[in-house]
Design a protein around this ligand. Structure first.
Ligand code: M6R
Length: 369
């Protein structure tokens, strides 16, 4: 039931605040993150020396974001790999490896087969999944459910923000157990997590209309590029995937620092480029570098749409459009910056008269390899 919305995707984007809130619910204890499902696993988390995250598509991008948090808070090296690539390369895995799989459906065959292979090789396995009782959690040693609610549209939206949330909860939980997380850092993260839903809601209330209008203006666009740096990089990849998937427009995401190593050659007058701008409060250097990337592509005629935090006036003179997101600590920005990109992809597909819930050639869950 679409509950009065024009599509399941529209409904599910509107549920992004709730998806985060429900995933956090019951997992905060005072200033700490405590995941009840992981009780009794402290020894395992203390004993591992690496994490491999396996997933496909949007879930893989959530994994790329999660790497930053796990390395920062739990101080364990993390590799993130496409599940279908992992399986066929004779991976080096042992009992000190924790394999974290991420899947909305819990039925993605590529991910399932990779998890099975990891188990066979002796790894411990933990699944982050949105579907109770599905196959991947059943094949795993442990599961942390995302509570995004059922996702019907083929394009994954609310599950993505819930997956990042769950990965952050996991990183904080494991960081506390391993003693690598300073209590004040944990307390700040808890505060950030708790304030996310209202910040996402702010974007829906204040920037949705403008983003949709922008999408309508761009209905004839043939190609859109997305740039991001650090945690903004996987968001650029997600923005591009969502656009390809439902609007059939060529789109590519790049790491902003990679521009001059090739992709800048693509920039010609009129080329639309979304740029995820990191907060200057997080890293002034990174912010300055992204602003200078904007200047470089603008000088070559790109049409720049910046996604930047409120009050970041440095981007104003350089961007054609600025979509605002509320202030958040740097690691939490991806959960905000992705929202306008979901709205944009949906707006563009709608403007082209396409079925946003059922894009051509795609299935909601990919149960074949
Ligand atoms: O159910 P899963 O999370 O395992 O699905 C993984 C991908 O197939 C999925 O995220 C796909 O990329 C989406 N259609 C993207 O919007």
């Amino acid at each position: 039931d679409k509950g009065g919305w024009s599509s399941f995707m529209a409904k599910e984007v509107s549920e992004e605040p709730e998806a985060v809130a429900k995933t956090v619910l019951g997992r905060i204890s005072g200033d700490d993150i405590v995941i009840p499902e992981l009780e009794g696993m402290d020894e395992l988390f203390s004993g591992i020396d690496r994490v491999i995250v396996l997933a496909c598509g949007t879930a893989y991008y959530a994994g790329l974001v999660g790497k930053y948090a796990i390395e920062k808070w739990a101080r364990i090296p993390v590799d993130v790999e496409l599940a279908h690539e992992f399986r066929y390369r004779d991976p080096i895995v042992d009992a000190k490896t924790l394999v974290v799989s991420i899947s909305q459906s819990g039925e993605t065959m590529d991910t399932l087969m990779a998890v099975k292979e990891a188990s066979r090789l002796g790894a411990r396995t933990l699944s982050i999944c949105n579907t109770q009782g599905s196959t991947i959690p059943r094949e795993s040693d442990a599961v942390v459910y995302t509570h995004a609610g059922p996702e019907v549209a083929v394009a994954s939206t609310k599950a993505f923000v819930a997956q990042i949330t769950a990965l952050y909860l996991l990183a904080l939980h494991v960081g506390r157990i391993r003693g690598s997380l300073a209590p004040e850092v944990g307390a700040e993260a808890v505060e950030q997590l708790e304030s996310l839903p209202e910040k996402i809601q702010w974007i829906l209330d204040n920037e949705q209309e403008r983003t949709e209008q922008l999408a309508r203006w761009m209905a004839d666009t043939r190609s859109v590029l997305f740039l991001g740096r650090h945690v903004g990089y996987p968001i650029a990849l997600e923005g591009a995937l969502k656009l390809k998937e439902i609007s059939y427009i060529h789109a590519e995401g790049f790491a902003a620092g990679e521009l001059k190593h090739g992709p800048i050659a693509l920039i010609e007058p009129g080329q639309p480029v979304f740029v995820v701008v990191p907060s200057p409060r997080g890293s002034a250097t990174m912010h300055a570098k992204v602003v200078s990337n904007i200047e470089e592509i603008r000088a070559r005629g790109a049409r720049v749409i910046a996604i930047a935090e409120q009050g970041d006036s440095a981007v104003l003179p350089h961007a054609d459009e600025v979509l605002r997101i509320p202030l958040a600590a740097p690691l939490f920005e991806p959960l905000l910056a992705v929202v306008p990109l979901h709205i944009y992809a949906m707006g563009l597909a709608t403007a082209k008269g396409l079925d946003v819930d059922q894009p051509r050639n795609l299935a909601k869950s990919v149960t074949v390899e």
